[in-house]
Design a protein around this ligand. Structure first.
Ligand SMILES: Nc1nc2c(ncn2[C@@H]2O[C@H](COP(=O)(O)OP(=O)(O)OP(=O)(O)O)[C@@H](O)[C@H]2O)c(=O)[nH]1
Length: 362
């Protein structure tokens, strides 16, 4: 914005607060699948929506699939809940000033701790009139079940995402036997007994929770509780302060003090172990070799996605690899988009993977 220009207020002209909905859930659980349905739902009702998408990698592949007319801010290369957390309020402010949406959807990285994002949104609420309505957590049913058997930090993060939800979507029911589904529902209910729970395939839910006038009481309660904590002098920012922070009714996890207390410039143990590798392809690759590479990925690479051109078909594809399953979708990318692959996992051997990728290039 040029120097002499008056600054526009980040408040809608009708004075109403901009509704904000947060889509949470672990990597590959079905957040983007949900986001696209919500965008279509708004468009059908002439509701103006803007999106903030956050990716751990350096490229936003999910954005390729979102309606090109929808204003979108991309926050790449880090997680909004920590490394680029302070940027979130700025992005929100700019998006609202420039596009004056009725509603903003935030899709966080699957590795994000929602409580930290709720805090960041609440901080943004000090600058502009926004109203956090929903924290919808998409749960990858089969993955939650598998991780519940072996524990670990990823399971802990999934638990936090469930605890903080105002709406729970237990997805990928098609990959669960009936008795497994019961087990998953029990697991989720033990963690969060309050939020409405829907079992889904491809994140298909009743989208009324995203109605501009609707939304959950709980989200506001979680947010205002976070606001109270962050504005109550040093208590919230001092990890040593007793009772430094209390969650709202939707979020009651025991180690919250730890997670939140370290929100200001400290490490975030819950997902500090997640790492990414972004690889740009120099040219087209053989489709069989590429599929084989995905099939052979180590167990601790649990998510990969990207755009590839195959020598043998001469077409470009978006690929999705989530928990050992791969999907290819033929695409015609808009604008100047490189062939790229992003791998996300825990402590995997980047050099070994880069060597395998190099073998693909003729
Ligand atoms: N079998 C099955 N696959 C699904 C379902 N929902 C989504 N998927 C697939 O799972 C993969 C990941 O879905 P996304 O919607 O991109 O997941 P996400 O949570 O946005 O992923 P990240 O952005 O990496 O965190 C895609 O290949 C989807 O087609 C489902 O209900 N069942």
């Amino acid at each position: 914005m040029s120097g002499g220009e008056p600054t526009r207020s980040p408040i809608r002209q009708d004075g109403r607060a901009v509704a904000v909905h947060l889509l949470s859930g672990f990597l590959g659980s079905g957040k983007t699948t949900l986001l696209n349905q919500v965008v279509d739902y708004y468009k059908a009702q002439d509701i103006k929506v803007a999106i903030i998408m956050n990716e751990l990698g350096d490229v936003n592949l999910d954005g390729q699939f979102v309606d090109g007319d929808v204003p979108m801010a991309e926050m790449l290369g880090g997680c909004i809940c920590c490394t680029i957390r302070s940027d979130l309020s700025l992005e929100l402010k700019e998006l609202i000033e420039e596009h004056e949406p009725d509603v903003v959807l935030i899709e966080s990285t699957g590795a994000a701790n929602p409580m930290e994002i709720i805090d960041a949104v609440t901080e943004a609420a000090l600058l502009m009139r926004i109203d956090l309505r929903t924290i919808a957590t998409v749960v990858d049913g089969p993955e939650l079940l598998a991780r519940s058997k072996r524990g670990g930090r990823t399971f802990k993060l999934m638990q936090e995402q469930i605890r903080c939800a105002t709406d729970l979507i237990v997805n990928k029911a098609d990959k669960l036997a009936p008795e497994e589904l019961v087990e998953v529902e029990q697991l989720v209910r033990e963690l969060n007994a309050f939020a409405p729970l829907t079992v889904t395939v491809r994140s298909v839910i009743d989208l009324a929770i995203f109605d501009p006038a609707g939304g959950s009481e709980t989200a506001s309660a979680v947010a205002s509780s976070a606001a109270a904590a962050s504005s109550s002098s040093s208590a919230a920012s001092d990890p040593a302060a007793p009772g430094g922070h209390e969650c709202g009714p939707g979020c009651s996890h025991e180690d919250h003090d730890h997670a939140h207390g370290h929100a200001h410039g400290h490490t975030h143990e819950s997902h500090a172990h997640v790492m990414t590798l972004t690889h740009y392809f120099a040219g087209a690759v053989n489709s069989y070799d590429f599929e084989e590479l995905l099939n052979q990925l180590p167990q601790n690479v649990y998510r990969a996605k990207g755009i590839v051109t195959f020598l043998d078909t001469n077409s470009r594809f978006l690929f999705q690899f989530a928990y050992r399953e791969t999907e290819f979708i033929r695409i015609t990318p808009q604008g100047d988009v490189h062939d790229v692959a992003v791998f996300i996992g825990e402590h995997f051997d980047k050099d070994a993977l880069l060597a395998e990728l190099a073998k693909l290039e003729p």
